[in-house]
Ligand binder design. Sequence first.
Ligand code: C2E
Ligand code: MG
Ligand code: MG
Ligand code: MG
Length: 284
Amino acid sequence: QAKKAGRNGICFFDPKMQENITARVLLESDLRNAITDKQFSLYYQMQVDQYGEINGAEALLRWQHPKRGLLLPNDFIALAEETRLILPIGEWVIETACRLIKAWQENETTKHLILSINVSAKQFQQADFVTKVKAIVQTHAIQPSRLKLELTESMLLSDVEDTITKMTALNSIGICFSLDDFGTGYSSLQYLKRLPLHQLKIDQSFVRDIAIDTSDQAIVRTIIAMAQTLNLTVIAEGVETQEQRQFLMDNGCTHFQGYLFGKPMSLEQFEMRLGINAVDDIGH
Ligand code: C2E
Ligand code: MG
Ligand code: MG
Ligand code: MG
């Protein structure tokens, strides 16, 4: 192994670092081909209400890499953001989601379902984000209220006025918003009440130990109270056990998502769970 650091702690040559750079460059070029080669797909994780009824799903991005197998967002989203490849990828996600909503709204057993998608900061900050989303929604002639966009606190805080303008514009045609990973950022009630939000999504880090950790219990109670004050629905993510679900229910949480109900799954599997025949091929 080469010498790690020079006399002043300056790094001259670190083979590990070189390896990382090479891996990154390779992944970036693979990422460029992934859209045209149709390597992305969406998995769907059900969202259930307090009666256990499925009332929607969150679409989660997957990358079927030709050599490395199925990759999760944590393996490539950061790189996609740095290289701005998240813009075409994100657009593909919105397109695909709208095509599915269109298929669902044509079927009696699925027309009530709401599909949530994740939007990255770079995507939301595009000047023409609103125009793009509206165009896709119109092209597919979907009921906009079936589409929910998941945003995170940090991306909304960077330019509050711009955020409000964009959310209001999309909300005026019926698109709704959920604040993802809620509790991990720094939003105040003062700020939240200015946003046209519909839902707070309790981050899974607070749910994990909720049965035993009294500070997590207090945080979750506070989030639920905030949601009630602001007239928002509240969904908990990462619900894995009956105990977690029970605590959340007892404290007023009405919507749930997590392995307890179902893992993210392919469209075919998801529709099997819904008990319907697979919707016509929508190009997954
Ligand atoms: P997220 O939006 O907070 O999604 C929840 C993550 O928790 C998902 O990971 C999901 O598979 C996982 N999860 C769900 N239920 C459970 C559970 O009961 N226990 C545990 N331990 N985990 C659970 P995933 O699919 O790997 O996605 C990770 C993150 O990547 C997402 O976090 C989201 O921020 C981002 N992401 C996913 N799809 C997209 C996308 O299409 N566009 C963008 N920009 N980001 C995406
Ligand atoms: Mg999400
Ligand atoms: Mg989340
Ligand atoms: Mg999360």
